[in-house]
Design a protein around this ligand. Structure first.
Ligand SMILES: Cc1cc2nc3c(=O)[nH]c(=O)nc-3n(C[C@H](O)[C@H](O)[C@H](O)COP(=O)(O)O)c2cc1C
Length: 137
């Protein structure tokens, strides 16, 4: 379903078109499409070019890992996310590689990478729904 934001000022189409659906087509996402998403994420800016982000993903066909990720979600999220063709876990390294000291912007950098991934997805007619409702322990 295409849903466009009615913006007060002119913005690019990708921003207008981005939204977070809770229902998904059963159509499979190809490996090539998934790699394009991570390629986009990898080009995000980051402090000291540390690129602290990490992603773990599983398609519905990779059922063992898919279910492991699914089972980390809160019940509410699990109920709709179980139909998503791909689940992606994002994480980040909290220390700089070159100093082993705290990287204060690691989460910020991760967010930028996810935003790039999300806009790349929209350009490919794929939609992302981010979730913080999961058990990260
Ligand atoms: C960090 C983050 C965590 C979120 N966590 C959840 C979540 O656990 N469950 C959920 O249904 N939506 C979650 N969302 C989606 C937001 O509710 C959604 O982006 C917001 O309502 C705006 O809607 P839109 O993305 O369709 O414009 C999250 C979004 C972000 C960025």
């Amino acid at each position: 379903m295409i849903k466009k934001a009615e913006t007060k000022h002119d913005v690019i189409e990708l921003i207008k078109t981005r939204w977070s659906p809770r229902s998904f087509s059963a159509k499979e996402i190809t490996k090539e499409q998934i790699l394009s998403l991570f390629e986009a994420a990898s080009w995000a800016a980051s402090a000291y070019n540390e690129q602290p982000w990490m992603f773990i993903y599983a398609t519905k066909n990779e059922s063992v890992l898919y279910n492991k990720i699914l089972n980390t979600l809160s019940e509410w999220n699990r109920n709709w996310a179980k139909n998503a063709p791909v689940l992606i876990l994002s994480a980040c390294k909290l220390k700089f590689s070159h100093t082993d000291k705290e990287n204060r912007t690691a989460f910020y950098d991760l967010g930028q990478a996810v935003n790039s991934l999300s806009l790349q997805a929209i350009s490919m007619d794929l939609y992302i729904h981010q979730m913080s409702g999961f058990d990260n322990k």
